[in-house]
Design a protein around this ligand. Sequence first.
Ligand code: NI
Length: 174
Amino acid sequence: MAVLEILVYPDPRLKQISKPVTQFDGPLRSFVQDLEETLRAGPGGVGIAAPQVGRFERIIIVDVSSKPKIKHHGRLVLINPEILSQEGSAVGREGCLSVPEYTGNVARSKFITLRAQDEFGKPLEFNMERYEARAVQHEMDHLDGLLLLDRLVSRRDLFRRQTQEATAPKTKTS
Ligand code: NI
């Protein structure tokens, strides 16, 4: 297991489009473990996507279970995720391990039906709402080379973080 280095904006690699996973093998599962360790090491992260650590494959991890009073499905490894349907729209504040100095307001679908595979290739399907649905949509954007900076509701919807947060451990700021 290892904590991997996180690519930080404006690293051009963050704009790359990731490829579907086709091999559900031991090396994939060991990468997923490293990705999860990297997520856990970061400051308050609820999700991470493989391209954020320079692996351009369609793999995300989402776990919003630490947030109080929300509906969620626990820790999710979501490989080749696809949104089958979506409904409603809401604006909410988002942060990103790859944009450590800012948060921003982004509009996302309130309800989604999601299809994905787990790290063994088993098909999964979830109905998700609000915060969890937002986290999944944010991480899926990384797979298509998009950051919250590309999705801001307006220019005034970008906010600089407090200094302590911006320099929290494990956040690469150089
Ligand atoms: Ni992000």
